[in-house]
Design a protein around this ligand. Structure first.
Ligand code: G3H
Ligand code: 13P
Ligand code: ZN
Ligand code: NA
Length: 283
């Protein structure tokens, strides 16, 4: 069933587990996510980035995800990932999305608060939940110094002020993860996470979770992370299977015979994440 983001995340927050939020931009990735959720009986968040919207078209991807979510036996939310443009957020509300992220984390704190607060007012009026970001979660390709990395992390006092003034439902925090594949091993600031959870007591979101070691994920969940964003690990599973399949079979040409196995490879990765996050069996 299609449900709001907060419906899924409030339960995760109370019971102490995390729900996977997986990025899609086409039919096969969406099928992989929904099948993984059904097979592990997990609640799930299906999210689309602004780039994903541009690739698939908002009406088309909305229809694909909404149709599959409505038919599913597990709770599914359709979420906008990193909405940096206010108008894009509004378009998602118009297209029946059940969760949106207003990401104004690049703006100064007061401006981030102002735009997030407006989105919260409008979205809540329509029964849609809102995620926002405080601190800056960059990419693994960003060449930044240790000091710059530290400065980008979420300040607990600022996070508290932000949550109080905006009324946001769940908050993405910067504690050392980055988008994309890591070169070395990421070092997460668990003390910061613990402090933020104690002060805010709302569902918290971990971005850039592909490539984070299992033990670090488990610790982050135990300290209060309730939504975990995964994109790169799914993309890599897809590409690995595709390369392997085409290498082994130079005759195959039916897209279904190519994309079907790639879809299964993505599904396996997603199922493992759902189990790791503690979401399996929680639907
Ligand atoms: O946060 C980034 C997500 O992985 C989406 O990436 O902008 O390439 O769709 P994208
Ligand atoms: P990864 O690509 O590192 O999994 O990050 C995904 C993400 O944070 C989407 O918002
Ligand atoms: Zn992200
Ligand atoms: Na990552």
């Amino acid at each position: 069933m299609l449900v709001t983001g907060i419906e899924i995340l409030e339960k995760a927050h109370k019971e102490g587990y995390a729900v996977g939020a997986f990025n899609t931009s086409n039919l096969e990735i969406t099928q992989a996510i929904v099948e993984a959720a059904e097979e592990t009986k997990s609640p799930v968040i299906i999210q689309v980035s602004e780039g994903g919207l541009k690739y698939a078209g908002i009406e088309t991807i909305s229809a694909i995800v909404r149709t599959m979510a409505e038919k599913a036996s597990v709770p599914i939310a359709l979420h906008l990932d990193h909405g940096t443009d206010f108008n894009t957020v509004m378009k998602c509300l118009r297209n029946g999305w059940t969760s949106v992220m207003m990401d104004a984390s690049k703006l100064p704190l007061e401006e981030n608060i102002k735009v997030t607060k407006t989105v919260v007012q409008i979205a809540h009026g329509m029964g849609v939940s809102v995620e926002a970001e405080i601190g800056k979660i960059g990419g693994t390709e960003d060449n930044i110094t240790v000091d710059e990395r530290e400065a980008a992390m979420t300040d607990p006092q600022e996070a508290l002020k932000f949550a109080k003034e905006t009324g946001v439902d769940y908050l993405a925090i910067a504690i050392g993860t980055a988008h994309g594949p890591y070169k070395g091993e990421p070092k997460l600031d668990f003390d910061r996470l613990k402090k933020i959870k104690e002060m805010l007591n709302i569902p918290l979101v971990l971005h850039g979770a592909s490539g984070v070691p299992e033990e670090a994920i488990k610790k982050a969940v135990s300290l209060g992370i309730n939504k975990i964003n995964i994109d790169t690990d799914i993309r890599q599973a897809f590409a690995r299977r595709l390369r392997d399949l085409l290498e082994k079979d130079s005759e195959v040409y039916d897209p279904r015979k190519i994309l079907g196995p790639c879809r299964d490879a993505m599904k396996e990765v997603i199922k493992q994440k759902m189990i790791l996050f503690g979401a399996a069996g929680k639907a």
